[in-house]
Write a protein that binds this ligand. Structure first.
Ligand code: FFO
Ligand code: ATP
Length: 192
């Protein structure tokens, strides 16, 4: 069993132990963090995600962005490019389906695809992060591929995580894309 696998299992277990009250409070703290951070609050188009497996729940943040008139997108598994994501416009009435990984996503409709360069921010889910901004995800490499072309141009990645997802140091793989910025309910990290 690799170290990455062990960290993934341990942190996934820890975040699933958070109570509903803790999750709700964390989700609302996240909205306050974004509302108080000018470059995040002013975004015109953002990608978020729907919480799975004890993740920090972005739903209150999605509602807040909608109220600001910001376009919100969600990741959709690419139908014929395995390991890749598309970002689709998400609105309250968007038809949804459960994907093969068990996560709710917008039903694929090419009219709703938002090209990555049109996004200001890609809020990025993760399993663990360290003090240098390295991230470990669920293991599909989806966000590593999505973020591999964003250095210096295009959308700004911002990691989202509970405080309990921080580890001292992650083992790094060659394809890992370190995050420039990350929000927890109580902290705002900016590394680069
Ligand atoms: N909320 C959310 N959406 C996301 C991601 C994420 O991390 N969080 N992803 C970030 O990359 C992509 C999906 N990545 C995933 C990779 C692996 C597993 C996984 O192993 N899930 C199950 C098994 C699922 C099944 O076969 O039924 C598991 O819990 O073991 C799930 C999602 C796109 N959407
Ligand atoms: N930019 C890339 N190009 C091609 N393959 C990649 C790329 N990034 C990751 N991979 C492959 O994806 C697989 C999973 O990578 P990894 O375990 O780092 O995913 P993760 O960061 O945990 O997951 P995710 O990014 O989906 O949250 C690895 O086998 C890796 O070879």
């Amino acid at each position: 069993m690799t170290e990455r696998h062990q960290i993934r299992q341990a942190i996934r277990h820890t975040r699933r132990q958070l109570t509903q009250a803790e999750q709700t409070s964390a989700a609302h703290q996240l909205v306050q963090q974004v509302a108080n951070t000018q470059h995040l609050a002013q975004a015109k188009a953002v990608a978020l995600y729907l919480a799975n497996d004890g993740e920090l729940d972005p739903l209150p943040l999605i509602n807040w962005y909608w109220a600001q008139g910001c376009q919100v997108c969600l990741p959709v598994l690419h139908p014929f490019c395995p390991g890749h994501l598309l970002f689709l416009r998400f609105q309250p009435d968007t038809p949804m389906q459960v994907n093969i990984l068990g996560i709710l996503e917008p039903k694929l409709d090419i009219r709703l695809i938002v090209p990555k360069p049109q996004l200001d921010i890609i809020y990025t889910p993760l399993v663990a992060f360290d003090a240098q901004g390295n991230r470990l995800g669920m293991g599909g490499g989806f966000y590593d591929r999505t973020l591999s072309h964003t250095a210096n141009l295009g959308p700004q990645p911002v990691g989202l995580a509970h405080d309990c997802q921080q580890v001292t140091a992650l083992p790094i793989a060659s394809w890992d894309v370190p995050l420039p910025e990350l929000l927890t309910p109580t902290q705002h990290f900016r590394w680069r």
